[in-house]
Design a protein around this ligand. Structure first.
Ligand SMILES: *Cc1c(COP(=O)(O)O)cnc(C)c1O
Length: 349
């Protein structure tokens, strides 16, 4: 029932991709006069005069080991936002097709839909922040191409129920995109383990959160080799720069260190939740499978501004559907979390 060729925009199906100098000659040689680079080098201590690997071969090989996913199922982009944009550009005909999201969720799915002139269908999560499947089935049309879900979800922090995602993957004939930006902080297994079962599954991850590389801009997409081939056709040829590739490779060799941070952040998450529960103006703390917590307060705006005066910035989510009165707080280092708690303990309404 799933047919990638009918999902693809006709102009993308016909597209002849750009062929770069580094696509056409990949071997070793003494003199490279094929890419109009500057043979003298760079006016820096280090040389960046050569174009980077357009396919990020070394980074993908390491990711493949680390994630247990074949390299031809991996796309590396300039942040997850590049993969989100590519999904729209490859599969949604502007002013004709739709995508579906379940608010409250990550804002880029909507911004990117608007940029690409793709109508967005919104089916709110239920009050327990799980998917409303009957409403989703009701809202889908024959031209709905993509469903974006986020698990653990931002800003609510919870994992989505696996059985609901299986139902979506089995029942929807477009692509189901599962954004796992926060998967490292969850007990749930990654959906990358199920890629072979579902040809319409696209999993997004990022090196911006647990891996501590937000400044390098490295987003990942995992999907069938056919979908990854399409992304590679449409992406800018050199979408990930040489520095990002090089430092990502060094970082990916330090999985143990990142694992320790993750364990600490998960412990701190629990400690912070316990401590916040003792505060009179805290109404509700939602359970979290991520590196942040959503807190409902008596006067969220007031607390937000008070914290700003104390030099602590959190995210005010009180205008987001289902998040009235809520602040979203990232779990920081033990020192940062202690400062946050001290500030809140002396807060007077
Ligand atoms: C932070 C975040 C991302 C990461 O985006 P990058 O462009 O990779 O930095 C993706 N999805 C969600 C839900 C996020 O919260």
């Amino acid at each position: 029932m799933f047919d990638l060729t009918t999902l693809l925009r006709p102009n993308i199906a016909r597209l002849v991709p750009y062929s770069s100098a580094r696509d056409e000659f990949k071997g070793k040689s003494d003199i490279f006069l094929d890419a109009n680079e500057n043979g003298f080098g760079s006016p820096l201590e280090r040389d960046f005069n050569r174009y980077p690997d357009p396919q990020q071969t070394a980074v993908k090989a390491r990711l493949s080991e680390l994630k247990g996913v074949a390299a031809n199922r991996i796309f590396v982009g300039n942040g997850s936002d590049e993969a989100i944009d590519l999904l729209y550009r490859c599969f949604c005909e502007p002013n004709k097709d739709q995508a579906l999201v379940c608010p409250p969720t990550y804002g880029m799915y909507e911004v990117s839909a608007n940029i690409n002139a793709v109508e967005l269908i919104k089916v709110p999560l239920q009050s327990d922040f799980q998917l409303d499947l009957p409403a989703i089935w009701n809202a889908i049309t024959p031209t709905t191409k993509l469903i974006f879900v986020c698990s653990p979800n931002n800003p609510t922090g919870n994992d989505l129920r696996a059985a609901d995602l299986v139902a979506l993957l089995q029942g929807f004939k477009g692509l189901v995109v599962v954004d796992e930006a926060y998967i490292d902080f969850s007990d749930a297994p990654s959906w990358t383990k199920r890629l072979a079962d579902f040809p319409n599954l696209v999993v997004l991850q990022t090196l911006s959160k647990a891996w501590g590389l937000a400044g390098l801009r490295l987003g990942l997409a995992f999907a069938s080799p056919e979908i990854i081939t399409i992304f590679n056709k449409v992406k800018p040829p050199y979408n990930v720069n040489a520095i990002s590739q090089e430092w990502a490779l060094q970082a990916l060799a330090q999985a143990d260190r990142v694992g320790e941070w993750i364990a600490t952040i998960r412990r701190e998450r629990q400690a912070l939740i316990s401590a916040l529960q003792g505060l009179s103006f805290v109404e509700k703390i939602y359970p979290s499978d991520a590196n942040f917590i959503l807190i409902q307060l008596e006067n969220a705006r007031h607390v937000y501004e008070y914290l700003l005066e104390q030099g602590i910035v959190v995210r005010d989510r009180s205008n987001v559907p289902l998040c009235a009165g809520c602040l979203r707080v990232t779990i920081g280092t033990p020192e940062e979390n202690a400062r946050l708690l001290e500030a809140l303990k002396i807060f007077k309404i």
